[in-house]
Design a protein around this ligand. Structure first.
Ligand SMILES: [Zn+2]
Length: 505
């Protein structure tokens, strides 16, 4: 049930308006966000799991579209900010907005949500903190701090929010913790993010019940005083006012405690998040026992989740026989659900690639599972990111030129639209290297660094490409000339960006 735009007028008057000098400019905020996210990309807990990322994007993009349609996301912010989600391997339940339109989501959150609607309610709330410029106002309040100090403060607060067992992957600045409270949103801001976020998620087509389900989860955790596992609760305390506010938004007569039933797909992805967040051998072995107790699982979704987790965990324990056994059961179970069947196919390919016990024809036979047998360029648009990245891995393991060419072509088509896709650049670099295209491999490696804002690393690769060209002389083929000129152009562009970045520091 979308909230009408007129209903928002009252709140706008209680908050400072944009452009009254109390907010940081959008481009300054983006630069600060870039500085922070550059560090997050280097954190060992940063994870780009193509399957989970694909799932989160499938929720995130409709939310962004709804925020645009409602006018919450202005064209200026749309263009200047990154609007990008960064996944962290941490087991704790957390999601947070960062300056410049970056968002962090812990695997622990993906592991506890019961439906995509619940995840949409959290993401819609965080999205709204940014569209409403709450972050820029917090930063403006700290005007005596340099952006460098604010960046360190935010990184420190993030490190402190991690599970204790995750270790201190990030270096915490001395004053970060004491300063953390200065970065907390006010109650008014929380209320506004709830209200706008609710409007965004429902307009995007998600069930309002997702909001209620998430509140119920947070309430239970609050009752258990479980803020260690739920850092989201520390930054988003559940006041009775917040809960009453939320309940008043539900349509009259709507049941208040009925959860949206999880789909098979959702249960499988939740299982994936749990396996990735808790990769210890004991935890992985636990999945087998859970799958054996399957007969008692009340719903098909729960059964599919248990089988998915068991197959994936067995594969990670290098028990290919067990992984295949659970996978076959899973495949039968999800056969009639197109999306769940696709998820299962991806897992099946992963299991076979990890087993590394297949002949070349058997590896090549996997290609049809991810559309690699369709070489027409227009077919690429129907592929999803996990398809493309699995294609590259199949091609590399098969080690056959024709297949590597097709996989590389598909990645190139994808990268024209998604130049920020580090993982895609990395796989493209691996394929080029395997085919002995050294220059192209170095350039693709440079692009992978650029996508994570590591300009120094990118320049290293571009320089060694140029050294190589000088040492060997540009060959006669026109392809080499084109590569050489692309590399020269990119080096000049990146040197300029690198200087800008250095000035910021
Ligand atoms: Zn909030």
């Amino acid at each position: 049930m979308p909230v009408s735009l007129q209903a928002q007028g009252s709140l706008a008057s209680t908050l400072p308006l944009l452009g009254d000098g109390s907010a940081m400019s959008a481009s300054a905020e983006r630069r600060l966000g870039d500085r922070i996210v550059r560090e997050l990309y280097r954190d060992p807990d940063f994870i780009d799991d193509p399957v989970l990322s694909d799932y989160v994007q499938g929720i995130w993009l409709p939310l962004l579209a709804a925020a645009r349609a409602r006018g919450d996301l202005t064209p200026e912010l749309d263009e200047r900010f990154a609007w990008r989600i960064v996944l962290g391997r941490d087991r704790s339940v957390n999601a947070f907005a960062l300056p410049g339109g970056y968002f962090g989501v812990h695997l622990g959150l993906l592991a506890v949500v019961s439906s995509r609607d619940e995840l949409a309610s959290v993401l819609g709330h965080e999205l709204s903190h940014v569209t409403q410029r709450h972050i820029s106002r917090l930063i403006a309040k700290n005007e005596q701090q340099t952006p460098w100090m604010i960046g360190a403060m935010i990184l420190g607060a993030l490190a402190a929010s991690k599970s204790p067992e995750a270790g201190n992957a990030l270096i915490v600045g001395g004053q970060a913790l004491s300063a953390q409270s200065q970065l907390n949103f006010s109650r008014d801001m929380e209320r506004e993010a709830d209200r706008v976020g609710f409007g965004v998620m429902t307009q995007a087509g998600f069930e309002a019940q997702g909001f209620v389900g998430m509140f119920d989860k947070l309430q239970q955790a609050a009752r258990l005083n479980d803020t260690g596992a739920y850092p989201y609760l520390r930054s988003h305390p559940l006041t009775t006012e917040r809960i009453a506010d939320m309940q008043s938004r539900l349509p009259l007569g709507a049941p208040h405690s009925v959860e949206v039933a999880p789909t098979m797909t959702h249960a499988m992805l939740t299982a994936r998040a749990r396996v990735l967040a808790n990769p210890g051998a004991d935890a992985l072995r636990g999945w087998q026992a859970q799958a054996d107790a399957l007969a008692s699982a009340p719903t098909a979704a729960q059964q599919a989740g248990a089988l998915y987790g068991a197959a994936m965990a067995a594969s990670r324990l290098r028990d290919a026989a067990q992984a295949r056994k659970q996978f076959v059961r899973l495949q039968k179970m999800v056969a009639d659900d197109a999306e769940a069947a696709r998820q299962a196919r991806w897992l099946g390919v992963e299991i076979e690639l990890a087993a590394r016990d297949r002949s070349r024809p058997q590896v090549l036979a996997l290609a049809s599972n991810v559309g690699l047998d369709l070489v027409r360029p227009e077919a690429v648009t129907a592929l999803r990111r996990p398809d493309l990245l699995l294609q590259a891995q199949i091609a590399m393991q098969a080690g056959q030129d024709g297949v590597m060419d097709s996989a590389a072509q598909n990645l190139q088509v994808w990268l024209v639209k998604q130049p920020q896709d580090t993982l895609a650049w990395q796989w493209l670099a691996s394929i080029y290297a395997a085919q002995n295209h050294r220059l192209r491999a170095l350039r693709a490696e440079a692009e992978a660094r650029i996508a994570q804002l590591d300009y120094a690393g990118a320049l290293d690769r571009l320089k060694s490409a140029q050294d190589r060209l000088r040492a060997t002389g540009v060959a006669n083929s026109s392809a080499d000339h084109i590569d050489a000129s692309i590399i020269d152009t990119r080096r000049r562009q990146i040197e300029a960006l690198f200087k800008e970045q250095a000035l910021d520091n």
